[in-house]
Design a protein around this ligand. Structure first.
Ligand code: SF4
Length: 69
């Protein structure tokens, strides 16, 4: 699975980083970095991150990038 970030909405407040530090990180410029692929074992943490985002900037997608099966 993967996570989409709406960069227009993200306020770089770091709440998602607290929920899933293996997936999200803020760089030195306050730009949110997201792992390109998220392992299934982290689904609960990522769901917490998605629901904790106060501006609904995150979306969890099960479809792989490029449509690989
Ligand atoms: S919780 Fe939402 S607004 Fe905050 S850094 Fe994450 S994506 Fe951006």
């Amino acid at each position: 699975m993967r996570v989409e970030v709406d960069r227009q909405r993200c306020e770089s407040n770091g709440l998602c980083v607290l929920s899933a530090p293996e997936v999200f990180d803020l760089d030195d410029d306050g730009v949110l970095r997201v792992a390109s692929y998220v392992d299934e074992s982290l689904r609960a943490d990522v769901e917490d991150a998605v629901s904790s985002c106060p501006v609904q900037a995150l979306a969890l997608r099960d479809d792989p990038i490029g449509g690989a099966s």
